[in-house]
Structures are given as structure tokens and as C-alpha cells.
Design a protein around this ligand. Structure first.
Ligand code: FAD
Length: 401
């Protein structure tokens, strides 16, 4: 019954949290003074400040349940024992219960393509393979951008970037940011761990020995049996040690057959890993990436009947180092840009007091470095509201159109 009580408690907070995802956040001062007005609010403050492990200890006894719940914290690239991560548990659990998870038919790229068609439909232009080298700044105001090709594109109203907050001084020029601000950017904390992602083309979907119910699932996650062992793995990541026994297995074609030719399948094996390896730093990923991917596949092979070489048509491997190379905004292979710790959440993201602004007028931030952080969650809506307000555009009127 305790899990029902937990759900009833957390679902009450969900609407508030959902509202917070799509709107610019209040400052910590405002939020906390509001919460301090009631018993429920005061209890929420405590829950915000403690860790996922602490929340589970408050509510549950079963180690299996604690592992299942705290793995949600870890999906957010934060170690479940880190203080200030409790909110991940009481936001993700009711969120999944009420709305479930979702994937785009045709792959996540289909979502970007749909948004791209919307931009083109409204007269916008999209340039791809056009890295931005610099923001043109004149008298402290952003006037446009310079591409790596040397081409200059001037901005009528604003320049908005979803790159990493730490890139701001390089984009606008160090002379355009105060020293204290630049130092605060350097001190931003990245996530506790990163991920290795491997993609497979398969003849058959994995056949789990665990039974039919598992085989019906699009996503299956592995963990150790012992809670202590599970938590120690996240401690190991902090010290640069790799693991292969706890993949998340997503076979997209179980629910979206468009991903592969008729009858064939696609699968991602995703595993948390450190970025800086204890033996050789990040550069060592180029040596051990394939070996780690093999280890993760082996973990799956032990729980399935058909994941031998005959079933595998092909695979690609993306280590944290590969991810950083593919997407330079994901510094250190961190797809949340900076850790989703309480001190870097809501109005404290990317830096307290800055919201979506930067020291350069008309140059704004959005994307994973800002509230509500990384993930495909529609968080850009909050950034748009804040920027439109600065530009004197009525957000409500634009939404009505
Ligand atoms: C392996 C993996 C698994 C994930 N799983 C999930 C999940 O299950 N659910 C979820 O919600 N989120 C997930 N995420 C996170 C999610 O993908 C990101 O938070 C999201 O893509 C951020 O979107 P974005 O458009 O702001 O930025 P990005 O997707 O990072 O896009 C930024 C783009 O800008 C380009 N770029 C970089 N530098 C420059 C430059 N100087 N000039 C021009 N362009 C540049 C990059 O190449 C990239 O194409 C996952 C990420 C990874 C890597």
C-alpha cells in the first residue's frame, strides 16, 4: 500500500511541476517563501533538498523497488545518492504513470523534421552543416553571427543560442563578459556520469528468457540484485571506472515498425559510464569503446536466447567522447550540458540571476543549459516566453494565432 500512498502524494505535486516545465521559473526566494506557507510546502522543501536514495528510504523497504526508483535519478545523469535529486523521483514516477513515455514514429529526428517544416512554412530559413564561430557584438549588443565559412548573418531582433553556457565567452568574445560571470561559468558542475550508446540492426527482436511480458516491452532496464552493489556502481563512475552489467535495452521496432525494413528490428543498448576514465582519461574511450560495447552486449546475451552474431546485421557505437565530437555543445559528452542538481535547476539554471539572458544585449540562451534542462520536453516554450517579454512581443497573442 505504501507505493499507492507515494503515488497519491507525488501526483498532487505533478501539475505544479508540469506547469513549471513550460514557463520561466520563479526565483528560489519566491518559490521557497511560497512553499514555506504550508505544511505540505515545507515537506516539499525537504524533499527537494534530499537525495533520491533518501526519498526511497523515507517511503520504502524493498531494495528491488528502491533500485527501480533510484535508477530514474540515474537516467537524469545524476548519482542517486546526490542531495537535491529527490525531485527526480517524485516528478518522473507520477509523470510516467499519468502520461507514459513516448517515442516519435520514424525516430527522434522525425520530431526535428516536423518542427523544421513548421519554420519553413512560416517563412523561416534553416541552415545545416553551418557551424557558428562567433556572435557579432557591437557596443555590448548582439548584431548577428559569423559562420565558420566566414559568412555573416545579421539579426534584426535577437541572436538565440542553445549551445553550452560555457561556450558563451568564446562566442561573444571574452572582452564582452565580466570576469566574475566567466568564472561562474567555469564553475558550473557537469552531470555525475555520461552514457555510451550502441545502435543495432537486427534480424529478430531480442527474446528475453524472462518471459512474454518482457518481450512485449519496448524498453527493458537491467540492474544488479543488490542495492548496495547498484549504488556502488554510481560511486565507481565518479572515480572513472566503467561498467557493463546494467544496460537499458530499447527495441524501437516493437512499437514502431517503420524504423526497419519489414520484419527486421532496431535496438539501442544504452549504458551509464564515466567521461574521464581512471586509466587514461577521456582519450582512452577510443581504445576501449568497442570492448565496453561488447561487454554490454554480453550482459544482454545472458538474459536472451537469440542475441548471437547471426542475429546482428550491424552496429554503431557512440562513446561519451564520440558524442562530444559529434556535438560540440555537449561538452564532456554531457547531454544535459550541466548537471540537473538543485543548485543548477529552475531560476539557478544556467546561472542564478541570469535566466535566459547573457551579458550581451539581444543575445539569449535556451536549450539544455537553461531551465528546465536537457531532454526532449518542450522546454523551449519557457525560453520563448522570457525572450518575447524582453522584446515586447505578447506571447499569449502569438500562441492564439
Ligand atoms: C544517447 C542519448 C540519449 C538520450 N536520451 C534521451 C531520452 O530518452 N529522452 C530525452 O528526453 N532526452 C534524451 N537525450 C537528451 C536529448 O537528446 C537532448 O537534451 C536534446 O537533444 C537537446 O536538444 P537541443 O535541440 O537543445 O540540442 P541538441 O540536440 O544538442 O542540438 C544542438 C545542435 O547544434 C549543433 N551545434 C553544436 N555546436 C554548434 C555550432 N557552434 N554552430 C552550429 N551548430 C552547432 C549540434 O551539432 C546539434 O546538431 C539523450 C541524449 C543522448 C545523447
Amino acid at each position: 500500500m505504501q507505493h499507492k500512498k507515494f503515488y497519491e502524494w507525488s501526483i498532487k505535486l505533478l501539475d505544479v511541476l508540469i506547469e513549471g516545465l513550460f514557463n520561466p521559473p520563479p526565483t528560489f526566494g519566491t518559490l521557497f517563501s511560497l512553499l514555506e506557507q504550508s505544511d505540505e510546502g515545507r515537506s516539499l522543501i525537504r524533499s527537494l533538498m534530499i537525495s533520491g536514495v533518501d526519498i526511497c528510504d523515507d517511503w520504502f523497504e524493498s531494495p528491488e523497488l528502491k533500485i527501480a526508483l533510484t535508477k530514474f535519478c540515474a537516467e537524469d545523469l545524476i548519482s542517486p545518492r546526490t542531495k537535491g535529486t529527490g525531485f527526480v523521483i517524485f516528478s518522473l514516477i507520477p509523470l510516467m504513470h499519468k502520461y507514459g513515455g513516448g517515442i516519435a514514429v520514424g525516430g527522434s529526428g522525425a520530431l526535428s523534421e516536423a518542427m523544421g517544416r513548421c519554420i519553413l512554412h512560416h517563412g523561416g530559413t534553416i541552415l545545416t552543416s553551418s557551424p557558428v564561430e562567433k556572435v557579432i557584438v557591437t557596443s555590448g549588443t548582439a548584431k548577428g553571427i559569423v559562420l565558420r565559412s566566414g559568412e555573416e548573418i545579421l539579426a534584426e531582433k535577437a541572436v538565440i543560442s542553445n549551445l553550452h553556457a560555457k561556450q558563451i565567452p568564446f562566442l561573444v568574445g571574452a572582452e564582452n563578459v565580466p570576469e566574475a560571470y566567466a568564472n561562474s561559468l567555469i564553475n558550473l558542475n557537469q552531470s555525475s556520469h555520461r552514457s555510451i550508446c550502441t545502435g543495432y540492426a537486427l534480424h529478430e527482436a531480442p527474446n528475453f528468457t524472462g518471459g512474454d511480458e518482457i518481450n512485449e516491452s519496448c524498453t527493458v532496464t537491467f540492474a544488479t540484485r543488490s542495492y548496495e552493489e547498484f549504488l556502488r556502481i554510481y560511486d565507481d563512475y565518479e572515480y572513472g571506472y566503467t561498467h557493463t552489467e546494467m544496460p537499458i535495452i530499447t527495441c524501437q521496432t516493437r512499437i514502431d515498425p517503420t524504423r526497419a525494413p519489414k520484419g527486421k528490428h532496431t535496438m539501442h543498448l544504452f549504458h551509464h559510464e564515466p567521461y574521464q576514465l581512471a586509466d587514461g582519461g577521456a582519450a582512452r574511450w577510443d581504445e576501449i569503446g568497442e570492448e565496453i560495447a561488447d561487454g554490454i552486449l554480453h550482459a544482454l546475451q545472458k538474459q536472451t536466447t537469440n542475441m548471437g552474431p547471426d542475429n546482428i546485421i550491424g552496429r554503431w557505437v557512440e562513446t561519451p567522447l564520440d558524442l562530444e565530437r559529434r556535438n560540440p555543445a555537449m561538452i564532456g559528452g554531457d547531454y544535459n550540458h550541466i548537471g540537473r542538481y538543485l543548485h543548477q535547476m529552475m531560476a539557478n539554471r544556467y546561472l542564478p540571476g541570469w535566466g535566459y539572458k547573457t551579458p550581451v544585449e539581444r543575445f539569449w540562451m535556451c536549450g539544455p543549459s537553461t531551465h528546465p534542462g536537457g531532454s526532449v520536453c518542450g522546454g523551449g516554450r519557457a525560453a520563448v516566453q522570457a525572450i518575447m517579454e524582453e522584446l515586447g512581443i505578447d506571447f499569449e497573442k502569438v500562441i492564439e494565432r
